[in-house]
Design a protein around this ligand. Structure first.
Ligand code: DHE
Length: 564
């Protein structure tokens, strides 16, 4: 396997976006500081763990600034501009890394040691090392079929209500907890890739697919008495997304996975993960410039056609990949805006809403016609997760996104074929309302068809009292300020030195409970805190020592049916 040893092991650290902002000062050019071989390795690892997500492996910038030693570009109006980490120098870079910037770069002084900050300031003045490519053969070499399909159970061997199971990422432990949503008991903890980014469900609801930041993908069978990993495969060295084929007649036939490095997507057998095809996403941005590292961000299976929607971050191109004939692959390429990231379906399941985060836009893809329905301007750095859908009392069906860079939740009017919503048509694809949050730093919003509440977190806010809380709006009266729920306090855990971020509200199957992760450091006790959605009262705190750095939670039923 080519990339073995590129990053051999992972640091037990929580990754936060490293987005260099406005403090881009000029100092005299200098030559890059020398690093020992050991320092280069450590720099490579820290960069992968903490910085690559926002700045890119080649450091050309995305949500974060360009971090190449020297860069130069000519703007559309003909002006020439240049910069680079070498111009900034070690001292200035140390300050930016330690204290962050107003442009969105978070401070690392409580996460990295002084020596590590100094190392990173020197490391990024050197040319970025380029990780190896990852071919179909590399994938095949990494593939492990642990239990062939004909040796798996033919019926469910346990009594657990699978629809209400929660798949919970235990980020820094490189594990996944499956928690019984009815009893609130941990059912099983399984080994996965490092920092599983998302879990997705098979169309059948029997299998959980996970994808680790390190590219390791697993398929877990919940029909066994205890959930069991039945196959694993590596997609590359840096990955974020995975989904199955869900269209009628193709249910779970294929799995698609997207990688940040190498920039490509891979298609596998849906039940065994046997690799079938790898497709590169390198190419032109919507501006016509060649990009060597267009990373694959969110992927979803279309509900309208046998296609996947593949969102390519740096190019701003949205690919509709037809999976009916993999040998003669047909792809529709839709131009939208650069820096595509996360997104979710509108209520009708026809439009996929995806944030072009550093462009401050949301693209609406019409998966029925295969065209862009709209590019909607939002506030700064929209970050919807999968967003949230509800019928607004004044504006009809809306889809909501929060923002990392602004203290508002935007409600976007979505189109509907239902005649009863025809009167709202003039508002379609406009932001019809902005809900005021107490601060920026939101990552996820959530609601449920059976609820009247709308939940939003603020884990990336620098203020402890906001980052450790969630905010609940009353959908019956959206003019009211949200109720603040102090999740850290409700957990009953002693106050930690570092902030424990309250992150990603997720409903149970019935839509009457909301689960929040209280995400502490690797050695802190973290928790899953469960609230009654109607009364907003605390219902249960799961503080088992095995709950290490919990982040994403995926309720089986809601994930299968895109309930949000
Ligand atoms: Fe995520 C979704 C990428 C940081 C938790 N995150 C996604 C998706 C992408 C992405 C492309 C959409 C996947 C899909 O639907 O197919 N995330 C990135 C990054 O590039 C970034 C900014 C930096 C990085 O280095 O990874 C990043 N993400 C984080 C975190 O720090 C979070 C909070 C904790 C963690 O586990 O790393 C985090 N991201 C999540 C979660 C989702 C997600 C929980 C799925 C939300 C959902 O409801 O579907």
């Amino acid at each position: 396997m080519q990339n073995k040893g590129w990053i051999g092991k992972t640091l037990a650290l929580a990754v936060l976006p490293l987005a260099l902002g406005s403090a881009w000062a000029e100092t005299a050019p200098q030559t890059a500081p020398q690093l020992t071989a050991a320092e280069m390795e450590q720099g490579k690892l820290i960069y992968f763990e903490r910085c690559a997500g926002c700045h890119g492996v080649l450091r050309k910038g995305a949500t974060g600034k360009n971090l190449e030693p020297n860069w130069a570009k000519t703007l559309a109006d003909g002006t020439h501009t240049e910069g680079g980490t070498l111009k900034l120098g070690t001292e200035r870079l140390e300050k930016i890394i330690a204290y962050g910037t107003e442009g969105g770069m978070v401070n690392y002084d409580d996460i990295l040691t002084k020596d590590e900050i100094n190392l990173m300031a020197r490391y990024i003045q050197n040319e970025p090392p380029i990780p190896p490519e990852f071919s179909l053969k590399d994938m095949k070499d990494s593939w492990k079929l642990l239990v062939p399909v004909d040796q798996r159970p033919t019926k469910q061997m346990n009594k657990v209500n699978l629809k209400n199971v929660f798949a919970i990422t235990l980020r820094d432990a490189g594990k996944l907890a499956l928690v019984d949503g009815d009893t609130h008991e941990i059912w099983k903890i399984l080994d996965t890739g490092y920092a599983v980014h998302i879990s997705r469900l098979s169309a059948s609801g029997r299998y959980v697919y996970t994808v680790g930041r390190d590219g390791l993908t697993t398929i877990i069978d919940m029909f066994y008495e205890e959930p069991t990993t039945v196959a694993t495969v590596r997609l590359g060295s840096d990955a974020r997304s995975v989904d199955t084929s869900k269209f009628k007649g193709y249910e779970d036939k294929y799995l698609i996975g997207g990688t940040y490095w190498p920039p490509q997507y891979s298609i596998m057998d849906g039940l065994t993960l046997e690799p079938i095809k790898v497709v590169s996403t390198r190419g032109q941005t919507v501006d016509g410039d060649y990009h060597p590292e267009p990373r694959v961000a969110s992927i979803v299976a279309s509900m309208q056609k046998p296609e996947w929607v593949v969102n390519v971050k740096e190019t701003g191109q949205i690919l509709l990949v037809d999976y009916t004939d993999l040998k003669n692959l047909k792809t529709t390429t839709i131009e939208s805006a650069k820096f595509l990231h996360d997104g979710g379906w509108d209520a009708s399941g026809r439009y996929f809403m995806v944030a072009a985060n550093a462009s401050n836009k949301v693209a609406a893809v019409d998966t029925k016609t295969g065209k862009l329905a709209a590019l909607v301007d939002t506030a700064k750095i929209p970050h919807p997760g999968r967003g949230a859908n509800f019928v607004h009392p004044d504006f009809g069906p809306v889809w909501a996104t929060g923002h990392l860079g602004d203290a508002v939740v935007s409600l976007i009017s979505t189109a509907s074929d239902d005649a009863k919503y025809a009167k709202y048509k003039a508002n379609n694809w406009k932001v019809v309302q902005e809900l005021k949050m107490p601060g920026a730093g939101n990552l996820f919003v959530k609601t449920h068809p059976k609820s009247k509440n709308f939940w939003a977190d603020a884990p990336m806010n620098p203020e402890r009292e906001l980052a450790e809380s969630v905010f609940v709006f009353d959908r019956n009266d959206l003019s009211k300020a949200p109720v603040r729920i102090d999740v850290a306090k409700d957990s009953g855990l002693p106050e930690g030195k570092a902030i424990r971020r309250a992150v990603q509200p997720e409903y149970n199957e019935a839509g009457d409970e909301v689960w929040i992760s209280l995400w502490g450091g690797k050695t802190d006790q973290s928790a899953i805190v469960i609230y009654d959605d109607k009364t907003l009262k605390l219902k249960k705190v799961i503080t088992d020592p095995a709950i290490v750095t919990p982040t994403g939670k995926f309720n089986v039923f809601n994930t299968m049916h895109d309930v949000y």
